[in-house]
Design a protein around this ligand. Structure first.
Ligand SMILES: Cc1cc2nc3c(=O)[nH]c(=O)nc-3n(C[C@H](O)[C@H](O)[C@H](O)COP(=O)(O)OP(=O)(O)OC[C@H]3O[C@@H](n4cnc5c(N)ncnc54)[C@H](O)[C@@H]3O)c2cc1C
Length: 386
């Protein structure tokens, strides 16, 4: 570890993709310590499906989407990380045709490689899909997938190479403050860690770590994945996709299996939530996949799991100083099932708030204060519906 006592100390709570990205960004000119109660990438990050599609979810903020898109391409090949570029097809039913075409046109006008494909064109280019019942699909040419565990550990290694320290098995209990702002973090195992700034990137546990008077509207929700083995492995160029009406998304695995995700549900007690996929979700997937993709009539069930991520009221992350919080406190949470693809923005947004550094996109979309008018609680909105 580089030791430079002149550098401000930043304690990051949480070793998921958000905490590791914050650490990587700050480590060059801060003494950064990441505290992780378990191990790096063992929360939502480790069970993520790893789909990367910033254009789809941030197309209304082109600078954000471009930043996230470019990051995975630039980081590709670093510390064992690989970005697997794949087309994406978002299947569209007849009633959604006009809206989907308008979305594709708008994104194309903003410079993204997006187009509306009629059903016949989809059938021609992607013969493994049965397009009956679909009007067509929105085609994205800049999407892909990553292995989230490898990605996060590659980011962690980059942070450590820049001087950050990652301490696993250390549980933060609270942020300490005095009249000037944060003073550090108290832990169960090692007592107090002094800090000039604290970044809370503790997933759904973030709200419970906030000092009195600070609040962010973030709540846990559960979502599931299943891996199926087709009769023969999927081709190397098999696309990612989503069938919006069914709230299901999919991507190929390295070995030609298919990962299918969905079943978002708000929960109030994450600690008692099952980590397995539900029987009902398995049945839904077993029924749906063979009806849309060839080669799955005799598919085998490989694996299934669920995980808990953090929802925000508008499905966008909450990154910045929490309203009512002390000086020097930053939160990075509320990633709504999109935190792996959105994670590149965490670093610059956190740096902007810690150091006042300029930033190449507006961080307002992530501002925790945008929810000031909310009282307690909010209605959960699934990203599968946007
Ligand atoms: C099943 C599933 C599929 C998903 N698929 C995708 C996808 O395809 N694409 C995509 O972009 N996103 C996807 N996501 C979402 C993505 O995984 C999350 O948004 C992202 O990983 C959130 O990262 P995080 O760092 O905020 O949280 P986490 O990964 O949960 O990290 C928080 C960390 O904080 C630690 N922590 C908590 N409390 C403390 C404490 N008191 N002290 C110390 N450490 C603490 C936890 O142990 C944890 O490691 C998916 C999520 C799930 C569950």
């Amino acid at each position: 570890m580089r030791s430079n006592t002149d550098e401000p100390t930043v304690v990051v709570v949480g070793g998921g993709i958000a905490g590791c990205q914050a650490a990587r960004e700050l480590a060059a000119d801060h003494s950064v310590i990441v505290l992780e109660r378990d191990n790096v990438a063992t929360g939502a990050t480790g069970v993520s499906a790893g789909l990367i599609a910033p254009t789809l979810f941030y197309g209304d903020r082109p600078a954000v989407a471009n930043y996230a898109n470019e990051f995975v391409r630039q980081f590709d090949g670093t510390n064992g990380f690989e970005f697997h570029e794949r087309d994406r097809l978002d299947f569209v039913g007849p009633t959604d045709r006009n809206e989907a075409k308008a979305t594709a046109t708008e994104l194309a006008e903003r410079g993204f490689p997006v187009a509306y494909l009629e059903a016949a064109t989809v059938a021609d280019r992607y013969p493994q899909f049965d397009v009956d019942g679909f009007d067509g699909a929105v085609h994205y040419g800049d999407t892909g997938w990553v292995d989230p565990y490898t990605y996060t550990n590659a980011i962690r290694t980059a942070a450590e190479d820049a001087g950050a320290t990652v301490e696993a098995g250390v549980t933060a209990t609270n942020v300490t403050t005095d009249e000037s702002g944060v003073t550090g973090v108290e832990t169960v195992e090692n007592g107090h860690y002094p800090a000039d700034a604290v970044v809370l990137a503790a997933g759904w546990r973030t709200p419970e770590l906030l000092p009195d008077g600070a609040a962010v509207p973030a709540r846990p929700y559960r979502t599931q994945c299943i891996v199926l083995r087709p009769e023969s492995p999927l081709a190397d160029d098999f696309p990612l996709g989503r069938v919006g009406d069914e709230h299901l998304y999919f991507r190929p695995e390295h070995n030609g299996d298919l990962l299918i995700g969905g079943a978002h549900e708000p929960i109030s007690d994450p600690l008692s939530a099952s980590a397995d996929a539900d029987e009902s979700f398995k049945l839904e997937v077993a029924d749906f996949v063979p009806s849309v993709i060839d080669g799955f009539d005799g598919a085998g069930f490989v694996n299934g799991w669920s995980g808990v991520d953090t929802a925000s009221p508008d499905t966008r992350p909450i990154i910045g100083p929490p309203p009512g919080g002390p000086d020097g406190l930053i939160v990075a949470t509320g990633f709504n099932g999109l935190g792996v693809m959105a994670s590149p923005v965490v670093g610059p947004v956190v740096r902007h708030h810690v150091t006042d550094a300029s930033i190449e996109f507006s961080p307002d979309v992530f501002d925790p204060a945008r929810f000031d008018s909310l009282e307690n609680g909010f209605e959960y909105v699934s990203t599968s519906e946007i």
